[in-house]
Write a protein that binds this ligand. Structure first.
Ligand code: FDA
Length: 299
C-alpha cells in the first residue's frame, strides 16, 4: 500500500475530513444519497447512470462485495422507480484477479439488471487506463455474446479507437465515446487537444450515422455544437443518441441541452472510494479544484 493509498483509504481521517471537497462531483457515500440525486436529475428531465466508486481491486472478496453492491443499487433503482442504469469498472469487478473472474461478476450484474431494472437494464463498462484496454474489450465481447444489454466506453485519445469503433458498429454494440481521462504515452495516444477533438468528432460521426444509440460524453461546448450540427445535417433524430455528462460538471449546459430537446444522461458516482475519481476531475481541469473549494465557501 502506498502513502497515497493510505491517505485516501475510505476510513482514513484524511478521507473523512476531506470528502467535502469531492462533494460537488460525488453524490454522497450511500445508495440512498445517490438515489436522491438521481430523483432530482429525473425531475429536471435527465436520466442517469450510477457508478459505485472503486477500482484496481486485487482481492476476490472485494470484487464480490462490489458486485453485491451493484445488485443493491439495481434493486434500489427499481424500488425507487427512477430512470437510471449502471456503469461498472472491470478492475473493480476483479479484472486484475483474472478475466474469467471479472466476466463472472459482470455477467451476474448484467443478469440482475435484466431481471431487476426493466426500465433501463443497460450496463455500461467504463474504460480505464491502457494497461487494461485489451482485456476490458475482450471481457465486454464475451459478455455481449451472451447478453445484449451491455456496452463499452471508447476513448478518442487512443490511436486504436477508430478500429474499436468499427468493431462496435459491426457487432451492433452501444458505445459511449469520450476523450479519455488517463495519462497515456504519446506512442499510443494523441496528446494535442485539437487533434483529440478532431478524432472525437470522426468517431462520433461514425457512431451517429452507423452505430447503435451512441452516448456522446463530453462537456466541451465546441464538440457539443459540432455534434448538434452534424445530427441536424444528417437528419439524425434526437432520440437516436444521447449526450452524457458528469454529475456536478457544467450544470447550466446540462439544463440547456434538455431545454433544447436533447436526451441527456448524467454519470452519478457515489461511495467512499472517491479519491481516484476526484483526482481525475481535478487533473483534467484545474478549475475543478477551484469549483470544489468555492462550493464549500459559498454555503
Ligand atoms: P474538457 O474538460 O476537455 O473541456 C473542454 C472544453 O470545455 C474546455 O476547453 C472549455 O472550453 C470547456 N469547459 C469545460 N469545463 C468548463 C468549465 N467548468 N467552465 C467553462 N468552460 C469549461 N473517461 C475515461 O477515460 N473513461 C470513461 O469510462 C469515462 N466515462 C465518462 C463518462 C461521462 C458521462 C463523461 C462526461 C466523461 C467520461 N470520461 C471517461 C471522462 C472523459 O474522458 C474526459 O476526461 C472528460 O469528460 C473531460 O473532457 P470533456 O470533453 O468533457 O471536456
Amino acid at each position: 500500500m502506498t502513502v497515497l493509498d493510505r491517505l485516501f483509504a475510505p476510513d482514513s481521517l484524511f478521507s473523512r475530513r476531506f470528502f467535502f471537497l469531492a462533494k460537488r462531483f460525488v453524490a454522497g457515500e450511500t445508495i440512498d444519497s445517490a438515489i436522491a440525486a438521481v430523483r432530482e436529475l429525473n425531475a429536471a428531465g435527465m436520466t442517469a447512470t450510477l457508478d459505485f466508486l472503486g477500482e484496481d481491486v486485487l482481492e476476490r472478496e472485494a470484487a464480490i462485495k462490489t458486485r453485491d453492491e451493484y445488485f443493491r443499487m439495481l434493486d434500489a433503482i427499481a424500488a425507487a422507480g427512477v430512470q437510471s442504469n449502471v456503469s461498472v469498472k472491470l478492475t473493480a469487478m476483479g479484472l486484475l484477479v483474472s478475466e474469467g473472474f471479472a466476466l463472472e461478476n459482470l455477467s451476474a450484474v448484467i443478469e440482475h439488471a435484466q431481471a431487476g431494472n426493466p426500465k433501463d437494464p443497460f450496463v455500461r463498462i467504463d474504460m480505464e487506463g491502457s494497461t487494461v484496454t485489451e482485456a476490458t474489450l475482450r471481457v465486454f465481447e464475451r459478455a455481449y455474446a451472451m447478453h445484449k444489454n451491455v456496452g463499452p466506453v471508447l476513448q478518442a485519445y487512443l490511436k486504436r479507437t477508430p478500429q474499436d469503433v468499427e468493431r462496435a458498429i459491426e457487432i451492433g454494440a452501444r458505445v459511449r465515446i469520450c476523450k479519455g481521462a488517463y495519462s497515456e504515452p504519446p506512442e499510443i495516444a494523441y496528446k494535442d487537444m485539437v487533434e483529440i477533438r478532431l478524432k472525437y468528432l470522426q468517431c462520433a460521426g461514425e457512431l451517429l450515422t452507423r452505430g447503435n444509440y451512441p452516448g456522446i460524453a463530453t462537456h466541451d461546448p465546441a464538440l457539443i455544437e459540432a455534434v448538434r450540427r452534424f445530427a441536424r445535417e444528417h437528419g439524425i433524430a434526437n432520440d437516436k443518441f444521447e449526450f452524457q455528462m458528469l454529475y456536478g460538471v457544467r450544470p447550466a449546459l446540462q439544463h440547456q441541452l434538455v431545454k433544447d430537446g436533447y436526451r441527456l444522461r448524467i454519470y452519478v458516482p457515489f461511495g467512499t472510494h472517491w479519491a481516484g475519481y476526484f483526482y481525475r476531475r481535478v487533473a483534467e481541469r484545474k478549475e475543478n479544484a477551484w469549483f470544489a473549494l468555492s462550493s464549500v465557501f459559498s454555503k
